[in-house]
Design a protein around this ligand. Sequence first.
Ligand SMILES: NC(=O)N[C@@H](CC(=O)O)C(=O)O
Ligand SMILES: [Zn+2]
Ligand SMILES: [Zn+2]
Length: 348
Amino acid sequence: MTTSITIPRPDDWHLHLRDGDMLRGVIADSARHFARAIIMPNLVPPVVRGDDAAAYRERILAALPEGMTFEPLMTLYLTETTDPDDVAAAIKSGLVKALKLYPAGATTNSASGVKDFDKVIPVLERMADLGTPLCVHGEVTDADIDIFDREAVFIDRVLDPLRKRVPQLRVVMEHITTSDGVDYVKSNADNLGATITTHHLIINRNHILVGGIKPHYYCLPVAKRESHRLALRQAATSGDTRFFLGTDSAPHPTDLKENACGCAGCYTSVNTMSLLAHVFEEEAALDKLEGFASRHGPAFYGLPVNAEPMTLAKSDRPVAFPKTIPTGAGDVTVFDPGFDTYWHVKDA
Ligand SMILES: NC(=O)N[C@@H](CC(=O)O)C(=O)O
Ligand SMILES: [Zn+2]
Ligand SMILES: [Zn+2]
């Protein structure tokens, strides 16, 4: 039985760090395990211009505890009035690594997102020329589309037509939750990739709803039925380089999740690597964890694989994780997988 594996230090290709007290409270959890992360721009107000991203990057680095290293890979929030020249300058300076497309109203802080896709074509063409990925929150927001169908409908109605209009554009479907998402990635060229979260490999919609509503399992896109979870597991553990880790760790204060109108987001920065080792072992694919967590993401983004190693080891006793993380913006509840895990990151 394998009891230890060593992989290059992983990266997180989809992370919410927030700002201010929340940022200061959560950043160490990511920096402890991940060398770099793609930082989501859905602040209030959002990170729209190159200057906003430069200032946010400084705030992230200032919040990093002494002695820790961590490279925030900045993104810009695509709006209908985004200036292609500002985007190109921010990319060419090396500051910005991707743009983020939120359909207006799809998720937390997405009010400034895109409604009329014609308006963003000039920006997307510039990005295609520069080889810069567009990260997409792939859900339609139409009130008449069932929430469990919103990803599949987005692929047909929005994503596929958009990719046909700008065929050279590199696209990452963020946090895919369906076999439709997996199949769409597999059936396309390799300028299309997808991130998969830790929690979507672990929970299906029953976990959210059966035996009482579990607000800490509510995130967007919402977890789907079991067959979709199994398709995600298959994709993540397949070795296909188009699938890579984006935790979508999304901290909200516990009282705003345990609420009559609870926020969407699971907080997994603390235990993601342990849970992934558990999942990959269950799938008899521990040897594929390295690709998923450490190699496929850098390859898609054209960045080097991290040189430092990380060792995960299996003990014979369950690992204890904190149930909550205290922050100046309130306590954040850590994702509880509902089972014991025996894997831990060594020396971290
Ligand atoms: N995933 C979530 O449920 N929430 C994210 C937004 C997002 O990634 O869609 C957040 O910012 O809280
Ligand atoms: Zn999202
Ligand atoms: Zn997210």
